[in-house]
Design a protein around this ligand. Structure first.
Ligand code: PLP
Length: 405
């Protein structure tokens, strides 16, 4: 219905990275000599771990022989991968998630955008502000969000949960009652996390009011602190109120390979008492033909002993950058956070500059590209996101340039 008109092309979320790209291109066209450092887009830069590459080669060879060739993948994913996920991501952390509650996909973007399809059309959504734009935009496309006010950046029917310095970028329980609550920790863009106790409060709240939490754990591998949960299923009662979405993109460098998954516990129901597991199974089977066999084998290799070690090293390198960026900014007097359990550092633009003013300032004076916080929601205004996904050398050089500003 909404897609039939052109309004969805005007979604603010779709502007963010294209405007960043356009402004950067205009600058480099005018200044071809500029050595730009890109700490804007959240894409990984290190090559895939050797264990993953080996698994890919082996799987490709299997595809070349009649006896081991594979055609369509099972709708919900190969059991070798679902078993490895259940064992390593959940059982190993004391969470009760079985392999047949896992739906393998090509990543968390599609999953976090599509999951709203199994909920009522009049479901009220609550989102953190600022927020990964896909949650709001996909609900806008489904015609669920009311009207947009460009002056405030607010959709009339969305419950925004401001995440600001005052609440340490952790949302508070809203006064209005949502049906669906999108949570993402470690957070994109702020890099903030919540403790297990805080997460338990959300689970208790959702169970009390009959809401479903859509929990995006795409950055789970970056958690370094013990009291930060890796999965919402570490909380008691989460199986009756939460769906979890995971990605191999940031955890294992699969942004170009594509792999992710959704967990829907069998006992989870919507407000009307409808079980959500069979609904998503139906939706998944109807609209999706499965992640490629070779990619699912690559995903399995992430859980091998060698894979685990290599992925830890890879994430460790990004976290070295994150720590360096965070410490540097703080030492230069910036108000900065994130970066401890996250590859994102969130900083306040100096001198009360708007997010876009600081973007231009940084691009022109330091040749560093970041992402304006206002593009993630109204409460992101005056903030800015830098990512740790570059090289260490570039992170150091970027900080040196920012120091001199
Ligand atoms: N969820 C969040 C919070 C993200 O930041 C991203 C990517 O940046 C995704 C999901 C998308 O992940 P994937 O590459 O698995 O589609």
């Amino acid at each position: 219905m909404f897609l039939a008109n052109q309004d969805y092309l005007k979604l603010p979320g779709s502007y963010l990275f294209s405007t960043v790209a356009k402004k950067t291109k205009a600058y480099t066209d005018a200044h071809p000599e500029a050595a730009i450092i890109r700490l804007g887009i959240g894409d990984v830069t290190q090559p895939l771990p050797p264990a993953v590459i080996d698994a890919l080669h082996r799987a490709v060879d299997e595809m070349s022989r009649a006896e081991t060739f594979r055609g369509y993948a099972p709708d919900l994913g190969y059991s070798f991968l679902r078993e490895a996920i259940a064992e390593n991501d959940f059982a190993a952390r004391g969470c009760q998630v079985s392999a047949d509650e896992i739906f393998v996909s090509d990543g968390a973007k599609g999953d976090s955008a599509n999951i709203q399809e199994i909920f009522d059309h009049d479901s009220r959504i609550a989102v953190c502000d600022p927020v990964y734009p896909v949650y709001v935009d996909s609900n806008v496309m489904a015609g669920r969000t009311g009207t947009y006010d460009p002056a405030t950046g607010i959709w009339s029917n969305v419950i925004y949960m401001p995440c600001t310095a005052d609440n340490h970028f952790a949302p508070e329980i809203p006064s209005e009652q949502p049906d669906l609550i999108y949570l993402c920790f470690p957070n994109n863009p702020t890099g903030a996390t919540i403790t297990r106790d805080q997460m338990q409060e959300w689970v208790d709240y959702a169970n009390r009011i009959g809401a479903v939490i859509l929990y995006d754990a795409a950055y789970e591998a970056y958690i370094t602190e013990d009291n930060v949960p890796h999965s919402i299923y570490e909380c008691e009662g989460a199986r009756t109120c939460a769906i979890e979405m995971r990605s191999f993109s940031k955890n294992a460098g699969f942004t170009g390979l594509r792999l992710g998954y959704v967990v829907i516990p069998k006992e989870l129901k919507d407000r009307k008492g409808q079980a959500l597991h069979p609904l998503w199974a139906r939706r998944h089977g109807t609209k999706y033909n499965g992640a490629p066999y070779i990619v699912q084998r690559a995903g399995e290799a992430v859980y091998s002993e060698a894979g685990k070690t290599q992925v830890r090293e890879m994430v460790g390198k990004y976290m070295e950058n994150a720590r360096f960026i965070l410490d540097s900014l703080k030492s230069f007097g910036y108000e900065a956070s994130g970066g401890v359990n996250s590859p994102y550092v969130w900083l306040r633009a100096p001198g009360n500059m708007t997010s876009w003013e600081f973007f231009d300032h940084l691009l022109e004076k330091a040749n560093v590209v970041g992402t304006p916080g206002s593009g993630f929601g109204p409460s992101g205004e005056h903030y800015f996101r830098l990512t740790a996904f570059g090289t260490y050398e570039n992170s150091v050089e970027a900080m040196e340039r920012i120091r001199k500003l």
